[in-house]
Write a protein that binds this ligand. Structure first.
Ligand code: BES
Ligand code: ZN
Length: 660
């Protein structure tokens, strides 16, 4: 039996060699290219050439459109079309073990090795051929890149169109979190979930891990009998727990939408096509909080065309989930931290649902084009929120998003304020900001304002139909605009301004500035309180919504006195707030003003929640206000319960750039 080890690259290559592979490791020098050399520059799906050679990459002025700098796969030679997965979930060893069978098309007359993406994966055997007849073939692991993982090179027989890889994952797989029972709501059963976006699918399936490649998939997942497995596929609400689960995803999806979760899960319907999977302890509160999901789905279809994915369900994860939500098709993964009891945070659901059009149907071709996913989705989210909850809510959500954008613009490097961001040589996990979201959305809002809502909705509907099930680049989008809106509205739109939005830092002059009347009422009250004209307890907060609370707190000056903090806290019980967004805003104030009475809550908040939207700013704030030691102490205590991504991005903040 193979020893149970963390797959350090050294040990991995030793194992690979021991398992009969003969091709030596690729001899990439330091600073080697993100891509292996390809035989010839093959056109990609989007008509761009395959990755330029190493020398060109560093020196090239701008990243090349349509090139995925974050995958080793030679997608110009071979294109995977379908995946058959058979995996056993081993909670004791914290590994997924089994076989991935990839069906692919050959795009070249030659027979170069096939290169797949992997990360900390132990490959045990590879077979290839076509049809059912697969024969063992030679393979080798290439040089590991800290951001991209390890290329798997496979020597294919001529004419092969299928390859089968036997493998197991590492307990430290970057895209998988293994939870102990005590990290779950029920406390009795372990839990597992994957998070593939952006480049972590390769840590649990060897494949062409690029959003340019769309695959259908089938999967058999074997788990302990008492647990349920769900995937980004056709989950049947009536499935009985028996430890063997079959899935099918008939629509072609990019690899970052592959997803699996296993736990003590139950299902509750919310509507005809919508329902919730959660641990039994959370099922009712989640179903009540998100009961408007079906209406959101209908409203979105009404405006932007049919929902093409059959069912739309939610999976409520344990609080260590590093995101608010993830748009895994047919089954969005959702943090439990948005169950506030009053639907105040359900824009998150609108957001993940909207991705069923912007992102899952029309997909960014590379991570440089992420704004096509997130900007369109943020715009759609606002529209859904307006449709379901009315104009006031819409304006408040937009205004909060605009403030988030302004805050980021104050901090970010100007190269990171560009929507079509240059990510060459960078880890996408480390370059996460509001730019693709809020700047992208504001850009679309400006287009809407200029040509009118009806015309813009018509444009979006046609855009989704035109590019359905395709992966597109920023340049594809601009070309489409040239053929549509720029032609139809030459007096209202011009290409130079559109390019400014997409390729220049900051926000173009004269851009819309979303505002809300419900917020303008808050400013004078806050000021009166700051000026000592009114006591906190006398502020009439009875009708305030979550959004107004957040606006009230986020607009506080940098410095508040101990007396002011105590007054706010005793009037509004902020340290004990059960709304995590309000608690977060308050803790940010508490950290920068050294308000000790909130530090107990701060510690439990940082320990119990793994959502990076909260953790990164809090840890950064601690470090910046001279409490690095406290940050490190809390972080070390919480670390065993954190997701690998949470560990990665926050240890950078606490210990500096290169520490892990
Ligand atoms: N797809 C994203 C999460 C993501 C983006 C993961 C990029 C990895 C790389 C998801 O849809 C998302 O945007 N989540 C947000 C939701 C929020 C903006 C409403 C989140 O998790 O905070
Ligand atoms: Zn999103």
């Amino acid at each position: 039996m193979l020893p149970r080890i963390l797959c350090s690259s050294l040990l991995c290559s030793a194992l690979v060699l021991a398992s009969g592979c003969s091709k030596p490791e690729s001899d990439g020098a330091a600073g080697e290219p993100a891509k292996p050399e390809v035989e010839a520059t093959q056109p990609t799906a989007n008509g761009a050439d395959a990755a330029p050679a190493a020398e060109d990459q560093g020196s090239a002025q701008a990243p090349e459109s349509g090139v995925d700098y974050h995958s080793f796969a030679n997608t110009g030679d071979y294109r995977v079309r379908h995946l058959d997965l058979d995996l056993t979930v081993d909670f004791d060893r914290k590994v997924l073990e089994g076989e991935a069978v990839l069906d692919f098309k050959r795009l070249t007359q030659k027979n170069p090795p096939m290169v797949l993406d992997t990360r900390d994966i132990k490959v045990e055997a590879v077979r290839a051929g076509h049809g059912g007849e697969l024969k063992p073939v030679e393979f080798s692991m290439g040089k590991t890149d800290p951001d991209l993982g390890t290329p798997l090179n496979i020597q294919l027989p001529k004419k092969a169109t299928r390859v089968a890889i036997r493998y197991q994952t590492s307990p430290a797989a970057s895209g998988v979190q293994w939870l102990e029972p005590q990290q779950t709501a029920g406390g009795e059963h372990p839990f597992l979930f994957t998070q593939a976006q952006a480049i972590h699918a390769r840590s649990f399936v060897p494949l062409q891990d690029s959003p340019q490649v769309r695959i259908t998939y089938n999967a058999t997942i074997r788990t302990p009998e008492e647990l349920l497995a769900v995937m980004s596929a056709n989950n049947d609400p009536k499935t009985e727990k028996d430890g063997v689960y079959e899935f099918e995803m008939p629509q072609p999806i990019p690899s970052y939408l592959l997803a699996l979760a296993v736990g003590d899960l139950e299902f509750k319907p919310m509507g005809e096509r919508t329902g919730v999977y959660a641990e039994p302890e959370l099922l009712d509160s989640a179903a009540a909080e998100f009961e408007d999901t079906e209406s959101m789905l209908e409203a979105t279809e009404e405006a932007y065309g049919p929902y093409r994915w059959d069912r739309y369900d939610l999976l409520i994860l344990p609080p260590s989930f590093p995101f608010g939500g993830m748009e895994n098709p047919r089954l969005s993964f959702i943090t439990p931290t948005v169950i506030a009891g009053d639907k105040s945070l359900v824009a998150l659901i609108a957001h993940e649902l909207a991705h069923s059009w912007s992102g899952n149907l029309v997909t960014n071709a590379s991570w440089r084009d992420l704004w096509l996913n997130e900007g369109f989705t943020t715009y759609l989210t606002n529209r859904i929120m307006q449709n379901i909850y009315g104009d006031q809510r819409y304006r408040m959500e937009m205004a909060l998003g605009y403030d988030d954008l302004q805050a980021d613009l104050e901090d970010l490097d100007s190269r990171d304020e560009i929507m079509a961001i240059d990510l060459r040589g960078r880890d996408p996990d480390k370059v996460f900001s509001n730019i693709p979201y809020e700047k992208g959305s504001l850009f679309l809002y400006e287009l809407e304002q200029k040509i009118g809502r009806e015309a813009f909705d018509q444009f979006l509907l046609e855009y989704f139909n035109n590019f359905a099930f395709e992966s597109i680049t920023t340049e594809d989008f601009i070309e489409y605009l040239q053929q549509t809106l720029l032609k139809q509205y030459p007096d209202k739109l011009d290409e130079a301004r559109i390019r400014e939005w997409i390729f220049e830092p900051g926000i173009p002059e004269g851009a819309p500035q979303p505002q809300s009347d419900a917020f303008s009422k808050i400013d004078p009250v806050r000021q009166q309180w700051l000026d000592g004209e009114i006591a906190a307890k006398d502020i009439d907060t009875g009708e305030w919504t979550y959004h107004q609370w957040k606006y009230f707190l986020d607009g506080m000056p940098e410095e508040l006195s101990d007396e002011q903090l105590e007054e706010l806290d005793s009037a509004f019980n902020l340290t004990e707030s059960t709304n995590n967004e309000i608690a977060f805003s308050w803790l940010m104030i508490a950290v920068r003003n050294d308000y000790q009475p909130a530090f107990g809550r701060l510690e439990s908040f940082l320990t119990e929640i793994g959502r990076n939207k909260f953790l990164r700013p809090l840890y950064r704030n601690l470090v910046e206000s001279g409490k690095q030691e406290m940050a490190a102490e809390i972080f070390e205590e919480a670390k065993p319960g954190y997701h690998p991504l949470t560990v990665k991005v926050n240890s950078r903040i606490i210990y500096g750039d290169d520490a892990q």
